[in-house]
Design a protein. Structure first.
Length: 96
């Protein structure tokens, strides 16, 4: 059964460029190193310029857990976090 996640991220005013650079690095690293990932894409909200959403789909729970334990995630998460205004709000989902 596939596992999904929607992560909502708030970015501090004036930190968009730094955040986008780190987000692009993360997307590339996930696509290159996580065969159990089917979708990992950042989106910028059209309603709130400081809000970004990450849509994620994994083959299963193990693949989703691998993501947050991977070397690339641990290396790049601090880069994202440096421009964020608080922790992400992550909502996990099960496919039907």
């Amino acid at each position: 059964m596939a596992t999904g996640a929607i992560a909502t991220l708030k970015v501090r005013e004036g930190k968009d460029a730094e955040f986008i650079t780190a987000a692009k690095e993360m997307m590339a690293a996930v696509r290159a190193n996580e065969p159990g990932n089917k979708l990992y894409q950042f989106f910028k909200s059209r309603k709130d310029a400081n809000t970004y959403v990450v849509l994620e789909i994994y083959d299963n729970d193990d693949a989703a857990k691998f993501h947050t334990k991977s070397d690339h995630f641990r290396a790049l998460a601090p880069k994202l976090g440096a421009s964020m205004d608080g922790p992400p709000d992550v909502h996990y989902l099960e496919s039907i």
